[in-house]
Design a protein around this ligand. Structure first.
Ligand SMILES: Nc1ncnc2c1ncn2[C@@H]1O[C@H](COP(=O)(O)OP(=O)(O)OP(=O)(O)O)[C@@H](O)[C@H]1O
Length: 257
């Protein structure tokens, strides 16, 4: 079943077309890779799908509770409420808050006991707080971050901060998760561990994931299907073995062949 449908999406920045007539269709439960040389338009594409930028042209549809909704032009928080979460290329945690609070903040946008219950601290409020804490610890456990739950986020090693970013995005209970270079700056051991984690959350939460990644080991090992951008245009789409042998892709990466 189609979860996300993108029709001819375009973004112009003055004279530069960062994303040019890109169309794609993502099925529920897929793990998709989005690759391309530096400046190809990958992050801009994520920004268009998550409401950070408004498209110059094109449409985006997302399936919410069985209904197809048009989400292009929507505000970031509306898109997040509909079930799309993301991480950023640069870490954007609340550095002075604890690890667990970084996760719980994400959950509060999703699970709210209501103003009355929160104000008067009713049983519904405590039940909801208890559930939030329990779920936050479950996510931290998957990412092997339980032991540091009380540390300030900024004091975690770099690799753990990147993992915490994913946990925080997961906390909104998304149906679709965009990961922007999750393995950037990680050593080979860390990125291999992250690869396994991405596969695990994909299966355990039946989560649809779109991954921007430069590390080809990660991309080729985890992604079921891959889209390739170059200068804002989609130049290829296919399973990893097709992409690895695609002449256009090889030319885009190696140049001039
Ligand atoms: N806000 C902006 N204003 C003007 N130009 C922009 C803006 N954001 C991105 N661009 C330009 O759009 C093009 C695509 O950039 P984008 O960051 O989307 O590429 P990318 O594929 O994510 O690159 P990288 O792999 O290096 O992160 C680049 O030429 C970039 O300079």
């Amino acid at each position: 079943m189609t979860l996300l449908k993108v029709n001819d999406l375009t973004k112009n920045f003055g004279g530069l077309t960062a994303v040019s007539n890109v169309s794609m269709e993502i099925q529920e439960g897929e793990l998709i890779g989005l690759i391309g040389p530096n400046g190809a338009g990958k992050t801009t594409f994520f920004n268009l799908l998550t409401g950070v930028y408004q498209p110059s042209e094109g449409e985006v549809f997302f399936k919410v509770d069985g209904n197809k909704e048009k989400i292009d032009g929507e505000k970031t928080y509306n898109i997040s409420e509909k079930g799309i979460a993301r991480t950023f290329q640069n870490i954007r945690l609340f550095g002075d808050l604890s690890v667990i609070d970084n996760v719980k903040i994400g959950m509060h946008t999703e699970k709210q006991a209501g103003l009355f219950a929160s104000f008067f601290r009713t049983p519904a409020f405590y039940r909801s707080e208890e559930e939030i804490t329990e779920q936050a610890f479950h996510l931290l456990d998957i990412f092997d971050l339980t032991e540091v739950y009380d540390e300030k986020a900024k004091n975690l090693p770099y690799g753990d901060q990147r993992k915490l970013e994913i946990v925080r995005a997961m906390a909104t209970n998304p149906k679709l998760l965009f990961l922007d270079e999750p393995a950037a700056g990680m050593n080979p051991f860390e990125s291999a561990e992250l690869t396994q984690l991405i596969q695990r959350i994909h299966k355990e939460f039946n989560l649809t994931i779109v991954l921007i990644e430069h590390d080809m080991n990660v991309v080729m090992n985890v992604c079921e299907r891959i889209y390739v951008l170059e200068y804002g245009r989609l130049i290829a789409e296919g399973i990893p073995s097709e992409i690895q042998t695609n002449d256009e892709v090889i030319r885009a990466y190696l140049g001039g062949v």
